[in-house]
Design a protein around this ligand. Structure first.
Ligand SMILES: CC(C)(COP(=O)(O)OP(=O)(O)OC[C@H]1O[C@@H](n2cnc3c(N)ncnc32)[C@H](O)[C@@H]1OP(=O)(O)O)[C@@H](O)C(=O)NCCC(=O)NCCS
Length: 235
């Protein structure tokens, strides 16, 4: 995709999605997130062309001006939006899908000093709330949302909402992740034991019948009600 098309895509997002935006000129003049991603689109090309020093130096200049640090090697998809900017960090081996939004102070950081992949991979349509940290070479699935202030150190499934420290999944596809089991659906261990005993008695009776034993005779004799006739009532 051409640089122009990429920048236009990034430019459109705040205009169309941010209620605070007052049009293209407003975004051009007042959105540090737009300035940072526009600069990154150019610097990433310089990085890929293996131009030494300059991309990192210029990325640092952009950081000084916008408060947003994006390593020139970071791979960022189309229509990327950093709302409010300031304090955002995107590490060298981070990979970001299309239509991703980050709020201020988001860190896509590493947890190891190894030279390989050490920053997160974000799928498409991911939203990362303000002050959230997504750390390590983890994968955040398409459509996932990271709550403000969360610290996420494990993979996040698609369409999940993660909040807290450490991040825990509270919603999946908009539904509570831990559905409480209705009482009627809960297992009944005592009932299961009684059921098993009843089945064993039936099986034993069948076996006795098979052997020709008079099963009724082996049971306790039936009580004759007449025996109570002579008993005096208790005083
Ligand atoms: C995570 C988020 C996307 C969830 O939004 P939602 O789908 O409307 O979900 P809910 O508000 O119903 O929250 C679901 C549960 O998570 C909790 N929760 C939501 N956001 C949370 C957060 N940031 N930290 C801790 N818990 C959070 C809610 O209290 C709720 O818990 P409960 O079910 O026990 O009551 C949203 O809360 C959020 O943090 N968005 C980031 C916005 C942002 O950073 N704006 C900055 C603008 S500068």
């Amino acid at each position: 995709m051409s640089l122009f098309a990429e920048v236009l895509g990034d430019w459109r997002v705040p205009v169309e999605q941010d209620p605070a935006a007052r049009g293209y000129v407003d975004v051009l003049l007042s959105y540090p997130g737009f300035h940072a991603i526009t600069a990154h689109r150019i610097l990433h090309r310089l990085w890929r062309a293996r131009i030494p020093l300059l991309p990192r130096f210029l990325a640092n200049v952009v950081r000084t001006l916008t408060g947003i640090e994006i390593h020139p090697a970071a791979q960022i998809g189309q229509r990327f939006f950093i709302d409010h900017g300031m304090g955002v960090l995107i590490g060298e081996t981070a990979q970001i899908g299309d239509d991703v939004t980050l709020y201020k102070n988001v860190t896509l950081g590493g947890t190891s000093l190894g030279a390989g992949k050490r920053h997160p991979t974000l799928g498409n349509n991911v939203v990362v709330g303000t002050n959230a940290s997504v750390l390590g070479a983890i994968v955040v699935g398409n459509g996932a949302r990271i709550g403000a202030g969360s610290v996420v150190v494990r993979d996040v499934p698609p369409n999940a909402t993660v909040v807290g420290i450490p991040g825990r999944i509270v919603l999946v596809d908009g539904q509570p992740a831990r559905v409480r089991t209705a009482l009627v659906d809960m297992p009944d261990p005592e009932g299961m034991v009684v059921q098993q005993l009843a089945e064993r008695i039936t099986a034993l009776e069948a076996k006795l019948t098979e052997l020709g034993a008079p099963t009724q005779a082996r049971r306790a004799p039936a009580i004759n009600p007449a025996i109570f006739d002579d008993v005096s009532p208790a005083i």
